[in-house]
Design a protein around this ligand. Sequence first.
Ligand code: SF4
Length: 525
Amino acid sequence: MNDVTASTQKKPDAKRAADRIDLAPAPEAAIEGSGCHGGKDKMVEAAKKAGKSDILDQYAADYPAKENAQGPHDQPQSMCPAFGSLRVGLRMRRTATILSGSACCVYGLTFTSHFYGARRSVGYVPFSSETLVTGKLFEDIKEAVEQMADPEKYDTIVVTNLCVPTASGVPLRLLPDAINGVRIIGIDVPGFGIPTHAEAKDVLAGAMLKYAREEAEQGPVAAPKERADKPSVTLLGEMFPADPVGIGHMLEPLGLAAGPVVPTREWRELYTALDGAVVAAIHPFYTASVREFEAAGRKVVGSAPVGCDGTAAWLESIGQATGASADQIAAAQNAILPAIKGALGAMPINGRITVSGYEGSELLVARLLIESGADVPYVGTACPQTKWSDVDRAWLEAKGVRVNYRASLEEDIAAVEEFGPDLSIGTTPVVQHAKAKAIPALYFTNLISARPLMGPAGAGSLAQVVNAAMANKERFDRMTEFFEGVGEGHSTGIWEDTPTDRPKFKARYAAQNAAAAKAAEAIGS
Ligand code: SF4
């Protein structure tokens, strides 16, 4: 019999007292944390004490936060970063994935990965306070890896420590490098060390490149399925499948071919990637991967072949990095630039557009929009500033664009308010904000990243979706007019008595929720 029943039996006639919410300020400890984004300092401190200092220091150097500010993940605006590395692993053939973390995190990550079409199961090693504290969790992970290491099925098993096991120092580095010939890669991907899911892709890509580089240093490795008859350009950063094909055509006059795209879809492609004549950092945030390419003696070139200016400059940089002659570079430029110019001219964009996202290609998209004729006053990216996007930043700033690295949601929304664009390209909440103001908006990840950007195909394709969205303005105005007067937020709807907002109650519950979540996280439930 529990306490509630006992008290009911003692006082059968007692009237239920109305709930009373104490509106006194919440204790500081409760306000500090907010779900999985809260208590960062304590998690970092715990992880450092548990022996993860070197990993966290490396992450701080590779994925720096903005000066005087925390990364976007600290202001519940980014999805769990581990989704980035999880997705990279799930896309790779003959690769198994095991997560070690709180059940709620694993539920969210597997749900999202299957929502985005993963066709594979995600392994999970659950834990309790006891297995976490006594070190049994590491033994359980090791046992799971040993059971899964079947060379008939897998080339590689990737084990990922999420927040709690990282903070508790679960030592994945002590896993064997290989079992039965199956490579074992253990990575820590904590939300308190890696600001965005984009950068978490680099954590796994970099770990795989390191492993592959060390294999190649020790002796012969598997040959690629298809070997290009020319030196190749490794493409760093996920892109629309047609883009590498278009880049390949652009490179022909330079005597080069498009190499693999990193993150790769197959282990042996890593060797080809490391063997490229030069690496094109199409996405500029792959710091750990760049480190591995440089350790393999490869040059790295930033920016990408977008629009006329971008393509001309990129072909020149690639040509210079690979020792092409001035004539070859000019031939490559002359072969493609007229087609890009034609595509841009045929599909002009007229209107003001703000751009924000967390994919890493935001600056490239802005360049293409501007070359198509759009007025782009603001570009926000959740990714950090690196030298691989310097060319794009300088080009945009010369056109008067405000470029905001590590942009927060508030900053992206403020830009929509400030510039009153004809179209807002952004993350879900930015798009939601714009649409509520009857401003047409496009979700960056699903609608912009999912189409070509490079060469003539990119110019035509982007203009098509952008112009179609801007043409919807009249529909937004009609909808706004139709719903005029139905209220907003807490008073949405038609009411006889309009509900009264109770912001103090919300603040109090938010603080209590945060405290409860923090307590649960601390014991790894
Ligand atoms: S792993 Fe960390 S960042 Fe990801 S959902 Fe869990 S607590 Fe949040």
